[in-house]
Design a protein. Structure first.
Lengths: 319, 436
């Protein structure tokens, strides 16, 4: 692999990893605050992509970039206010099942409105094409991917500042660790929950706006990324933002490099001087390339983590 | 969590033998009453799903483990069973086809020993996520090894292979009715086995681990080991259901290990009610109606199922079983008459509201998906022209009017229901010696 190709894959991996982290960040925030694992989180990602597609047809991409996450955030807040809050008193399993049911509804509802096929959600003209200054260095990298990375980093910096440097962030952190105390001090904790749930959904919506046209906007997109995001938060350690960040980047890189790698166990052995005959036991397995097994790599990583570090990379919480 | 005494399978205090005898009669009589091929196919599906949902409920209801990957065990069980069936067809294996579910069960057991060791390291939400990950891994692997999984097309077999059942000529398992009775027999046996399990010390300690793992450990039980053993048993019964579905369909594709199957059994068990033994049985019957009967009429059945499920989680987290038992309790106290009118009102207006919403959804879906079939769509047997504004106005008016009426009826019903609940609780408090 030459250096240019390596850099392209690195950038691809990091941009996908950042997108994963935008999803995992909202999920982790909601989880650590309310103890609810929002199964429908990637459904909000999907709805964000669809709404952004519709809005970009009506009012253009740049307005959609602002409006779609807001709409998705409002939808999320409404779901919390009139759905989740009612289920809260039954406990965590019904809460998880409630969001699981929502993911069924969202999957079918986008098909009712936009049909079963993918919608033609396009990258805006200004951002189409490769990055000029990277091209000069011999690296072909889409301008839109760079834009995605910039949006993700800006958003994450804003989130960090909000949580750590503002009064609202202080209240959120207080409600996170000591909800009763925060309530006793006169803060409306249920409203904080609603805001956090809405904000987490808005983050997912934003990820959908910038991810929907980079990848494909279709009804299966929520399920496709959903399982990976759950792997991310288990890998990172449930409830840990830093762990989720590391795990997102790791999975992003594995995805980018894994899909293009032609390496196999047989190749490894033959470079060590052992050549395998086709009749060797397990020959088909040994000759499988990394690219062929790429879809299971995240889950294999999950299995390994569970064996060697059951609480996740940065996890502290024992369930 | 209420005391176990209240969760017993004891509707109206009829004896256990009567209940099981009645169940057997229903199993025997059902295909004689519903004689069409479609109805019998539904009955077979129900039997298979009942085993699967009972197996699922060993985890969710009894041990408190919410799994999103239970299709792994039924699906791999089905694969092993279909491979065995193919071998029987070639004459390479002498094994009665009617006992194939045992092979499926053995495969389910094996994989639940392996994967269960990993997944049961954690409980709660983490377990749910890990089970999802394992499920996705197995599904991704199923597309990767076409030699075993047969790719999209899957693996087929012929269930009439091998000698006839019990050596009786004609019992070839060819006709659907014979397969139904085979499934019904297996379902009945598995129902008894899973019911018996709830009364064993293992079943009870699983309940303890569900409710308070820490205290279960204090009295000397390893919570992880209890979860693991329950997982193995659940894996076995899931494999049995997979083996039966291999016989029933004579083909297994990679869809058998897909997340939709895992989600389906979760919905079936929860809709019925996971805190009651008969809940998942009830839920399986309802789920098969949605998945196999309703899907004949509308492409949006997932949506209706999802809405039904979400409403149930919101308003009746104990599932249909809890609704039935609550109403039986009201009837036992002789107060059901007072609920009759409110029920008629709520169900009448609620049905009308649902019909209006279904009409709007079906018209929208027809416009989005309907290719080449014109602008007319039949909903509840009536034709509606989606190109004309009147149809939409009509639908919106029905929804608005029925919505207002339903909200009024719902409040009336709720006040009556709450009043009755208070009366019953008061009576129970004042007469503790006569209670139960």
């Amino acid at each position: 692999m030459n250096l240019e190709l390596f850099l392209v894959q690195l950038l691809n991996g990091v941009s996908y990893g950042l997108l994963l982290f935008m999803l995992a960040a909202g999920l982790t925030l909601i989880f650590s605050m309310m103890g609810v694992l929002n199964f429908a989180h990637t459904s909000f990602y999907m709805i964000g992509a669809y709404v952004a597609y519709q809005l970009s047809v009506w009012i253009g991409f740049w307005a959609a970039l602002l409006a779609a996450p807001l709409l998705v955030g409002l939808l999320g807040a409404a779901v919390e206010r009139w759905g989740l809050r009612r289920v809260h008193k039954w406990g965590h399993v019904p809460e998880l099942l409630f969001t699981f049911g929502l993911s069924y509804i969202a999957f079918e509802l986008v098909q009712v409105v936009w049909g079963r096929a993918a919608v033609p959600y396009q990258v805006p003209g200004e951002l189409d094409g490769p990055v000029a200054w990277l091209q000069a260095a011999g690296i072909t990298f889409p301008r839109y991917r760079l834009f995605m990375m910039a949006v993700a980093i800006l958003m994450l910096a804003a989130l960090w500042l909000l949580l750590k440097r503002t009064r609202i962030g202080l209240v959120i952190q207080a409600a996170l660790s000591h909800p009763e105390m925060a309530e006793a001090l006169g803060h409306n904790v249920p409203r904080v929950f609603m805001l956090v749930f809405g904000a987490g959904c808005a983050l997912a919506g934003l990820a959908g706006v910038i991810g929907g046209n980079a990848f494909v906007t279709e009804p299966g997109m929520a399920a496709a990324v959903g399982a990976i995001v759950f792997v991310v938060i288990v890998l990172g350690g449930l409830g840990s933002l830093a762990g989720a960040f590391i795990a997102s980047l790791l999975l992003g890189l594995i995805d980018a490099f894994g899909k293009t790698s032609g390496a196999s166990l047989a190749g490894l052995l033959s470079s060590a001087g052992i050549d395998l005959a086709p009749q060797t036991v397990g020959h088909p397995l040994l000759t499988m390339t990394v690219a062929q097994i790429a879809p299971v790599l995240p889950y294999l990583l999950l299995v390994l983590i569970l064996i060697f570090r059951p609480r996740g990379l940065m996890g502290t919480r024992e369930s | 969590m209420t005391a176990l005494g209240e969760l017993h399978f004891r509707p109206l205090n009829v004896g256990r033998w009567v209940v099981w005898g009645f169940t057997a009669v229903v199993f025997i009589a059902a295909p004689q009453i519903f004689t069409s091929g479609f109805a019998r196919a539904l009955l077979s599906q129900m039997g298979i799903l009942i085993i699967f949902a009972l197996s699922y409920n060993m985890l969710l209801g009894q041990t408190g483990l919410l799994s999103f990957g239970h299709a792994v065990y039924s699906g791999l069980g089905a694969y092993f069973a279909i491979h065995a069936l193919a071998l029987i067809g070639k004459g390479a294996l002498a094994f009665p086809v009617s006992l194939l579910p045992l092979i499926g069960g053995a495969a389910g057991l094996f994989f639940s020993v392996v994967f269960g060791w990993l997944t049961t390291k954690r409980a709660g939400t983490t377990f749910a996520m890990i089970s999802l990950g394992i499920g996705e891994m197995v599904f991704a692997a199923s597309l990767m090894f076409p030699a075993f999984f047969g790719g999209e097309a899957g693996i087929s077999g012929n269930r009439t292979a091998g000698p006839p059942l019990l050596g009786i000529d004609g019992l070839t398992l060819g006709p659907d009715i014979q397969v139904y009775y085979l499934i019904a027999t297996w379902t009945f046996v598995c129902m008894i086995a899973t019911y018996a399990l709830t009364h064993t010390p293992l079943g009870r300690i699983a309940n303890a681990v569900r409710d308070n793992p820490e205290r279960a450990e204090f009295i000397g039980y390893d919570a992880q080991r209890v979860r693991w053993i329950m997982m193995m048993l659940a894996g076995f019964f899931a494999g049995v259901s997979g083996g039966l579905s291999a016989i029933n369909l004579e083909s297994v594709g990679s869809g058998a290990v897909h997340a939709l199957v895992s989600g389906g059994v979760l919905l079936a068990a929860y809709i019925g009610g996971v805190l009651f033994f008969f809940g998942p049985i009830l839920g399986s019957v309802v789920f098969v109606f949605f998945a196999f009967a309703l899907s004949e009429y509308t492409p949006a059945w997932h949506l209706y199922l999802g809405v039904f499920f979400v409403l149930l989680v919101m308003f009746a987290p104990g599932g249909l079983a809890s609704l039935i038992l609550l109403n039986l309790r009201v009837a036992k106290f002789g107060k059901f008459r007072r609920l009759r009118d409110p029920y008629v009102g709520v169900i009448g207006t609620g049905g009308l509201l649902a019909a209006g919403i279904v009409l709007l959804i079906e018209m929208t879906y027809h416009q989005t998906l309907g290719i080449g079939s014109g602008s007319s769509v039949r909903v509840f047997g009536f034709p509606f022209d989606t190109a004309r504004g009147e149809s939409w106005v009509f639908g919106a008016l029905v929804v608005a009017a029925a919505g207002v009426a339903f909200e009024y009826m719902r409040r009336r019903f709720k006040s009556e229901w709450d009043a009755i609940a208070v009366e019953i609780e008061d009576w129970r408090r004042d007469n503790p010696e006569q209670d139960q």
